[in-house]
Write a protein that binds this ligand. Structure first.
Ligand SMILES: *Cc1c(COP(=O)(O)O)cnc(C)c1O
Length: 342
């Protein structure tokens, strides 16, 4: 069966400007003196300032529409790009949206709670709930389920987007196409990629990209940069999620341990916070390539790639692809501390 045939049973809506560009970064490449660095511009997916979630939401909203739902619910961090893009997709598709802000990142300032993605959540008219505990995934999910029950009692038909490991990785299906795009674009440019570097959070992007490459016959290594959990917790998660993608599709593929590659070298000081390496990566991308990344995900991913260039994992003569997953609205929620001397 073709990959398109495997994907065909899953209802989908169109939310993404694809294929997104695949571009060379000559100045950053020269500055670092290592491999040729290409960027897959998934910050340019089109919906509501872009990012990886538009590809993932195509399948969640496809499922919600197929089930006749009228209201979509999702929980995440206050500066979540997923919440912002869910709210935007709901507006575009004529559905109501309720989002839950989890207080995951402590000690943030007023801008964090009002600007960036939070401002956009309000622009899209989402109903906003708050959940005070940061690292209680089960509790946050339960609170959202309770809200869904209330909506049912009011005669509405809610759809809850679940990102936890105990639900099928529906959103990861969006990255099957992205993997195919990268393979085709690299071939068209005559580039022989040695690795693609992706953020690894819920692992939808990581698992979808990895599964997609293998389904399209590519053995390209995928390096995940941990943005939320350290390697010992993230490794099993990525493997389970990637296997889950193959099982959902019925591809019959067994994921080998050797396909799971991760680094948590730039994760500290933790989820939603950034250290000097991330700040340097954001500054280099901006000043050498006119490219914006965000401090939580894409900047951290680029910092992970730079770390791997400096420690000699990737070398001159090779080519690597940085998967830019967007997140740039969060810059305005994190503006304090991003730029020296202002
Ligand atoms: C959500 C998000 C990620 C993490 O992707 P997962 O698929 O959850 O691992 C990376 N980058 C950005 C900008 C995001 O919003």
């Amino acid at each position: 069966m073709s990959v398109a045939d495997l994907l065909a049973p899953f209802p989908r809506v169109n939310l993404t400007h694809a294929p997104t560009p695949f571009e060379f970064m000559p100045n950053l490449t020269r500055h670092l003196g290592g491999p040729d660095i290409w960027v897959k511009r998934d910050d340019c997916t089109g919906l509501a300032m872009g990012g990886n979630k538009s590809r993932q939401l195509e399948f969640y909203f496809g499922d919600a529409k197929a089930q006749g739902c009228d209201t979509v619910l999702i929980t995440g961090a206050v500066q979540s790009n997923f919440l912002r893009m869910t709210a935007a997709a709901a507006s575009k598709l004529g559905m109501a949206c309720e989002i839950q802000h989890e207080d995951r990142v402590k000690g943030q300032d007023a801008l964090y709670h009002a600007s960036g993605n939070v401002l956009l959540d309000k622009m899209f008219g989402a109903v906003i709930h708050t959940y005070p505990e940061g690292e209680d995934e089960a509790g946050a999910d339960n609170a959202l389920e309770q809200r869904a029950d209330e909506l049912r009692q009011e005669g509405r038909t809610p759809y809850v987007i679940h990102l936890g490991a105990d639900h099928p990785p529906l959103g990861a299906l969006g990255y099957i196409d992205a993997a195919e795009e990268v393979v085709a674009q690299a071939k068209a440019e005559g580039v022989n990629l040695n690795a693609i570097v992706v953020p690894s959070g819920s692992a939808a992007t990581h698992s979808g990209t990895l599964a997609g490459l293998r389904l399209h016959g590519s053995a390209l290594p995928v390096l995940g940069v941990c943005v939320r959990r350290e390697v010992p917790a993230q490794g099993p998660r990525v493997k389970t999620r990637t296997q889950g993608v193959h099982d959902m599709l019925g591809s019959g593929h067994a994921v080998p341990d050797t396909d799971i590659a991760l680094t948590d070298a730039v994760l500290a000081p933790g989820y939603g916070l950034f250290g000097d390496e991330v700040k340097e990566a954001l500054t280099l991308a901006a000043r050498m390539e006119g490219l914006l990344a965000d401090p939580v995900y894409s900047g951290k991913t680029l910092a992970g790639l730079i770390h791997k260039i400096r420690n000699g994992t990737f070398t001159k003569g090779q080519s690597v692809c940085f998967m830019h997953t967007g997140g740039t609205p969060a810059l305005f929620g994190y503006s304090d501390g991003l730029v020296d001397g202002d």
